[in-house]
Ligand binder design. Structure first.
Ligand SMILES: *Cc1c(COP(=O)(O)O)cnc(C)c1O
Length: 391
């Protein structure tokens, strides 16, 4: 893997034909250390956000030993990392996936949100007595870019009944939720923990673990979240009030917050038409969230200096496929002179960027490099203020 001091240094060295995924493992390591030092519990990584070996290596190197997987293929991949503990936190799993997870990969930790799923887990593990079972409860989405509450989660009397039923077969009974991805204010966690509180009282069960899921935010040009420490404080306060024993474990499983700023995408402009740029990656590639959810990632021109005194101008971008939904509205602010042959660094695509890229039209193949400079935006430490010049 080639290393460069910056995206500009890469372009000075050679002019890549393919789009480039540029990892900053040091940024993933910094994020992991931040969570491990400040979160008042255990930190698992949600594997689906980005499974680049360079970022996984950085997370592991920083001390992350728990990985949250959502499918059998993810489990098979993650199980190749020695010495990690895997949690299977998708509430709907195939029988094969449960069976192989337990018997072949030694997974003990599963999420569920129905009695049917509980029965599947009991049957496919052969009535195992060493399971950690987490009931996924539905919580309100508040200030979340990607709400998840309609798809999964149980609530009210049904949830209380499921907790009682799960208590009877679980070695360790847990409650889990997900406030929605890119949640920008901590009140979502406050409300979720209040729901959990009511539910524990209603069910009258002993709860051994609380897993508050992911949802911690990153920074984007159109999203300036509350400081991460305010999320940690909200979780600590809500957890401390729960009717659980001293010994109750607290777990979080961030995906986005650990890797978002640890990868950039470097694209080339293949055509310019007015204020629209045709680039060599897009909505079928690492820019899915920009095309379909309107994320505005930070951008900067790399490989040449803008003209002296040049103004910045807003651009939209088209991806390389022949489909008209392959369109990123932006606005992306770039020097007004941007033209065919220029390279652009698109920052903070580490979460759900490479993970969502497909192969439509033969695209979806990337060069890969490691960059040693700072991410364009960061949520962590002193570098928080050092933002992209064009922000
Ligand atoms: C996707 C997911 C996560 C990670 O979510 P982020 O918003 O990326 O932090 C954590 N837990 C579960 C169960 C998930 O499905």
């Amino acid at each position: 893997m080639e290393r460069f001091p910056s995206a500009a240094a890469l372009i000075a060295h050679h002019k890549p034909d393919r789009p480039v995924l540029a990892a900053r493992p040091h940024a993933a390591g910094r994020a992991a250390r931040w969570f491990l030092e400040r979160f008042p519990g255990e930190v698992a990584y949600a594997y689906k956000a980005n499974s680049s070996v360079f970022l996984l290596g950085a997370l592991f190197g920083a001390g992350i030993r728990q990985f949250d997987v959502a499918s059998l293929p993810e489990l098979e991949d993650a199980a190749t990392i020695p010495g990690v503990e895997l949690h299977f936190m998708h509430p709907v799993k195939s029988r094969t996936a449960i069976r192989r997870a337990y018997h072949e990969f030694g997974v003990k930790c599963f999420a569920l949100d129905t009695e049917d799923e509980l029965a599947k887990i009991v049957e496919e593990t052969g009535g195992a007595r060493d399971l950690q079972l987490f009931v996924r409860v539905a919580v309100p989405a508040k200030n979340s870019r990607i709400p998840l509450e309609r798809k999964f989660g149980i609530s009210g009397q049904k949830a209380a009944r499921l907790l009682v039923a799960t208590r009877q077969v679980a070695d360790e009974l847990g409650i889990t939720f997900h406030v929605g991805s890119q949640t920008t204010t901590p009140d979502a966690f406050v409300m979720a923990l209040e729901e959990v509180h009511k539910l524990i009282v209603k069910a009258g069960v002993v709860v051994d673990a609380i897993d508050i899921g992911g949802g911690f935010p990153s920074r984007y040009t159109d999203s300036e979240p509350a400081p991460l420490i305010s999320f940690i404080e909200a979780v600590r306060a809500g957890f401390d009030r729960l009717p659980v024993s001293e010994a109750c474990r607290l777990v979080c499983e961030p995906g986005r917050a650990l890797v978002a700023e640890a990868e950039s995408l470097i694209v080339r402009v293949d055509a310019r038409r007015g204020d629209e740029l045709y680039i060599n990656d897009g909505g079928y590639g690492a820019l899915f969230d920009s095309a379909h959810l309107g994320f505005v990632f930070p951008v900067r021109l790399v490989g040449r200096e803008p003209d002296a005194g040049e103004r910045m101008a807003p651009f939209a971008m088209w991806g390389p496929t022949c489909d008209s939904i392959d369109y990123m509205k932006g606005p992306f602010l770039l020097p007004a002179s941007v033209r065919e042959g220029d390279y652009i660094e698109i920052g903070n695509i580490g979460a759900y960027g490479r993970a969502l890229a497909g192969h439509f039209n033969g695209y979806g193949r990337y060069d890969e490099v490691i960059l040693l400079d700072e991410p364009m935006y960061t949520m962590y430490g002193d570098a928080r203020e050092r933002v992209a010049q064009n922000a």
